[in-house]
Design a protein around this ligand. Structure first.
Ligand code: HEM
Length: 140
């Protein structure tokens, strides 16, 4: 089946969400899988739950074989108007980058301070011991 360059909106595609008339969207393309529903090895239910939305992730997550991917062409009816498909939410790390940056800066400062203070402390201790042992030592 050829697409004839047709472009559908997501709401148009959503009108074909039943077992008797079933369209799905995968990778920006619209497929009329009505005739395939009964033959689908994964059953018709899974395909029906993937209607009315971008089913690319559903299709990819299953790990369909190249044979399955090649079968898609047969059901191609047109393209989706991508402007009508909601953009997927992007992953946002739980802590803001600003907080992480400040945390990094303060621990950096503590490390630098310790790098400066610890040798001084050791030097001071060495001088202290030297002074103490020198004054206590019996004079010859
Ligand atoms: C036109 C679209 C689709 C085609 C041509 C198709 C084709 C196939 C084929 C040939 C298999 C057998 C295994 C393989 O060769 O990878 C399969 C399995 C499967 N498909 Fe699809 N599929 C389509 C859409 C979907 C969608 C939208 C879902 C939704 C999640 C889905 C879920 C599954 C599952 C769960 C299996 C595994 C069945 C099992 O191993 O028990 N498929 N599909």
């Amino acid at each position: 089946m050829g697409g004839d360059g047709k472009v559908f909106t997501l709401s148009e595609v959503s009108q074909h969400s039943s077992a008797k008339d079933c369209w799905i969207v995968i990778d920006g393309k619209v497929y009329d899988v009505t005739k395939f529903l009964d033959d689908h090895p994964g059953g018709d239910e899974v395909i029906l739950t993937s209607t009315g939305k971008d089913a690319t992730d559903d299709f990819e997550d299953v790990g369909h074989s190249s044979t399955a991917k090649a079968m898609l062409d047969e059901y191609y009816v047109g393209d989706i108007d991508t402007a009508t498909v909601p953009v997927k939410a992007k992953f946002v790390p739980p802590t803001s980058t600003k907080a992480v940056a400040t945390q990094d800066k303060s621990s950096d400062f503590v490390i630098k301070l310790l790098q400066f203070l610890v040798p001084l402390l050791i030097l001071g201790l060495a001088f202290g011991i030297r002074y103490y042992t020198k004054t206590k030592a019996p004079s010859s």
